[in-house]
Design a protein. Structure first.
Length: 319
């Protein structure tokens, strides 16, 4: 199978032609529901209903399930949508029933089961659909941004995060915790060094939780010998990663650090990372910088050209 290549095709069709259990990891961010119209017939994100959108993405990730190795992981970035956003709720201009300046009415103008201004719950609808399909839903990672897109809303907080779902095919899978571990907090190291009195409430079993944690058991000295004191801790599930500028004509490029973190944890060196919604090629760029191979699938030919120029030396295929 050819790697380090960009395939200019519909994601589902391209995945159907890839061999089973051939890639180690998938890092991707599909087009969000009712957000951008790329003017392509086979595009995802402009379906009439959230249910149709979820069904199409579930079909794509069902084919990815076949292509992914048994020990592989899927890192899926997805954000939510409000009902009514884009055309002032239920109001339709009688002079422009099809939308102003030729633009169609927002796809999310009316959603079954939702009132105007309701949050639809797209990420969790997708996560539950994939879990029902057979995926293990292992983690809901919060991607927090200190420089989010400004919003003019005055009746709710400004959104500053998106979801990254970690999904796997099996109970056990490749995950390199050490590769993305965080520095141990000084306060944690100090707790490890302290003795623990028998008078602490934490030395007793907490009702309903059973055994006492080893760290909280009474002791005369530190929990670790100084020579064995850890310097890192397991990465938390809130990732503070700011967006970064991208000069190319793509308006939804996620930051390389986000892709790099997923790849370090989910793909061994020399492995293959797949992105069925390649966009401007961030996943491929990150994979190449980390000594991994990549396969990018992108419907938009202009974005394929952007990604190829950005990564450098990438092959381009229409098959």
């Amino acid at each position: 199978m050819k790697t380090d290549v960009i395939i200019n095709r519909d994601a589902l069709c391209a995945l159907q032609e890839l061999p089973s259990e051939s890639v180690h990891c998938c890092v991707t961010s599909p087009p969000y529901f009712a957000l951008r119209d790329y003017g392509l017939d086979a595009q995802i994100g402009q379906e009439d209903t959230p249910e149709q959108y979820i069904d199409r993405l579930t079909a794509v990730f069902g084919e990815l399930y076949r292509v992914l190795r048994k020990d592989g992981t899927l890192w899926l970035n997805i954000a939510d949508t409000y009902c009514g956003t884009g055309n002032k709720g239920g109001y339709a201009d009688p002079k422009n029933p099809k939308g102003r300046t030729g633009q169609g009415l927002a796809r999310n103008s009316r959603v079954t089961g939702c009132k105007q201004k309701d949050l639809i719950g797209i990420p969790w609808l997708l996560a539950f659909s994939l879990r029902e399909q057979g995926w293990y839903l292992r983690s809901d990672i919060i991607w927090q941004k200190q420089n989010p897109m400004p919003e003019s809303c005055k009746d709710r907080p400004t959104r500053c995060y998106e979801h990254i779902f970690l999904l796997s095919k099996e109970k056990k899978y490749y995950y390199d915790a050490a590769a993305i571990a965080e520095p141990l907090a000084p306060t944690t190291a100090e707790r490890y060094r302290r003795a623990r009195s028998t008078n602490s409430k934490y030395t007793q079993e907490i009702p309903g939780q059973g055994k006492v944690q080893g760290l909280n058991r009474p002791r005369d000295g530190g929990y670790y010998d100084d020579a064995l004191m850890p310097t890192t801790r397991n990465k938390r599930d809130v990732w503070l990663i700011n967006t970064v500028p991208y000069k190319g004509a793509h308006f939804a490029a996620f930051p390389p650090k986000l892709a790099e973190t997923c790849i370090l944890a989910g793909c061994p060196k020399g492995g293959i990372v797949l992105d069925p919604f390649f966009g401007s090629g961030t996943t491929g760029l990150a994979a190449k910088s980390l000594d991994r191979h990549y396969i990018g699938i992108e419907l938009n030919a202009e974005y394929c050209a952007l990604a190829r120029a950005r990564i450098g030396g990438a092959g381009l295929s229409n098959n």
